[in-house]
Design a protein around this ligand. Structure first.
Ligand SMILES: [Ca+2]
Length: 97
């Protein structure tokens, strides 16, 4: 019998967040898994506290602070929607850092 994490079916990330950040490229699977990791209300986007958690996780990997990252993330808002969509997260991870 397989004993896995409580949410069992979740695909594990093949690479760590640090490796993804350093490579400036992420696959669709990696993007999906990342969004799921921080998307607490399950709406498929990151907003409010979810964005702060994401920024907090990424900041030390890029030698930045969470506050600075929050400002940078604002630039990646390609629409009026205050939430970060998966596409905006991809742009941020592939272009900014
Ligand atoms: Ca969300």
């Amino acid at each position: 019998m397989l004993i896995g994490p409580p949410y069992g079916m979740e695909a594990p990330l093949a690479r760590t967040l640090e490796e993804i950040v350093q490579s400036n490229h992420l696959t669709q699977d990696e993007l999906d898994a990342l969004v799921r990791r921080f998307d607490e209300n399950g709406d498929g986007q990151l907003e409010g506290d979810e964005v702060r958690q994401f920024a907090q996780a990424v900041a030390p990997l890029v030698g930045s602070t969470m506050e600075d990252l929050m400002i940078i993330l604002d630039f990646y808002q390609s629409d009026d929607d205050p939430a970060l969509s998966p596409g905006e997260i991809r742009d941020f991870l592939e272009i900014q850092i």
